[in-house]
Design a protein. Sequence first.
Length: 213
Amino acid sequence: MKSVILKISLPFFLTCFSIGMNAQNYFGYRAGINLANVSKTEDGFITKERIPGITAHLLLDFTLADNLSLQPELGFLQKGYRKTITLFGEKRYATTIHYVDISASLKYRFGSKKLKGHVLAGPYAGLAISGKTKDLDDGSTNDVRIEEGGGINRPDLGLTFGAGVGIPIREGDLFLDARYLLGLVIMANDLDNGDLKNRGFNFSLGYIFRIGR
């Protein structure tokens, strides 16, 4: 697992370093909560309830035009779903999957110097590294299999759509960010629920500052 994370993160940070040597580029970070669930093709035991997870990302913002920039990110993201089984009494479970996540969004900026706004959209790629299913009634947990066929598929691909607002603080901007995550590939095939795809509402607080000349 460590070697996989290293292979993903090293090229990203090398890119950040090379781009950061130029003017009008920004580096930052954001962290918050991801309210996750999944879409499904069959009516089974998975509910529409959302499961809260952690999101934490490093980001780079470099200018393409006056109000347009490209924002690649690298981070950690928790996704998952809830299940209620009612065959012999009611049993409730929550499955949380941990992902290493990379995205690249086009970002349009607007507003004034005192209050800044932005909208963004772009693709993301995730790699599942581990997961757990928790019995919400007795608190016990079991590891989730991360493998093709019979478990959680390791890769996840999708789109991100978001918007945010920021205010200047010291040498950078403090911002609030809201996003919708739309999974496009099957993250698992469940016997009762069919094909599952990740969904999520992502809310985070972050800080971005200028780098380079």
